[in-house]
Design a protein around this ligand. Sequence first.
Ligand code: AHR
Length: 419
Amino acid sequence: MLFGIGRKPACKTPVSFSFTICFFMSYNENMIFKGLGKIKTIAGMVLVGAALCCAAAGCASGTPAPSGGEELIETGQREPSTRLSEEDKARLAEGATVHNGPPLSIGLSQIGSESDWRMASTDSVQACFSAENGYDLLFDDAQQKQENQLKAIREFIDQDVDYIVLDPCVETGWDSVLKEAKEAGIPVIVYDRRVEVEDESLYTAWIGSDFRLEGDRACVWLREFLLANHVNREINLIDLQGTLGATAQIGRTEAIEQAVAENPGWTMVGQATGDFTEGKGLEVMREFLNRLGSGVNVIYCENDNMAYGAIEALEEKGFTVGTDLSKGEILVLSFDATRNGLRLTLDGKIAVNTECSPLYGPALTGIVERLEDGEAVPHDTFIEEGQFSAESYIGSLKVNGESYPVTALTEEMIGERAY
Ligand code: AHR
């Protein structure tokens, strides 16, 4: 389990312990990396131009082409799914840790641009690992393909970068390439989704969401909602899954499957992957509706973009999306809580939206700088996330004995959302 940081002489302490901490991230602010090193936010960071960030990022594999973005379909009820405004992007740079001295080279392998969440995540890391902050970012968009990520990591190793930062598309298949990085003495920081490796010392640190907890919170909300509304009927659910094998899919799917097993009136009538994209969410939902007709009550969408597609498919078939099951309305659950997702939540089309934050830039720069300073970092860090609904009568939920808040959404919260 010991992994010396290799070439980095500043880091004398091996990251040898597995220690999970949680730190708080509010619904509209960048991550606060509690207790993990100094945050050297420079004055004027908010004015960092996104164009400069992109220029810094573009020096490896070029500007990413959208992998799911071109399939986006406008529903007419929300803002277009475009990249963030320059102002929003500048906000994402807040809280980054600045590196002083010669620029540090960071090889960052991003999964793709399949969702609004993913694009905000890219904006966050590009804004924080900027040239102004002392980094030379080599950014690679893998177009949702693990083989592209493996190739990018090998290129980063050949280029002898100082750090490799990886958001892994799926959990398995990383052992060999991470061994190569370790042999080359390059620390690997994993974020968002996880890698399942035989030897956990193959990566120096992971920071990301508790996806199983996110799923459990959504399912407990549904149970509480049905109880509060005295809904005694049988519930037929469809699960629109994310990319199969991704941690976000695994955790959220496990949660709904367990909830179906534990709630006698709940039946899973359909389950298929929509690959976290709006286009596939629409396509898969259309197929389900053609096959199943009416009789579906709940759609469990494993991210916001698939929820947009599902809602579109439901409405074009004449269904009403909402929470009054007695009137035949179809209840939609979603994850991410992006600005567009929250808009649909406030409008009542998404009943509850469980947050998954994409704003990893500040925390990742913090980890790099702690390692640069020779400090130990936790091997595994879960971030804290929220949950939002337009319904205000469920104020909190209990999952595994822990209490979690459900925030009653307001217009102001949506306005403050940075992505
Ligand atoms: O891994 C995080 C998930 O990936 C987000 O829920 C989804 O929107 C993204 O594509």
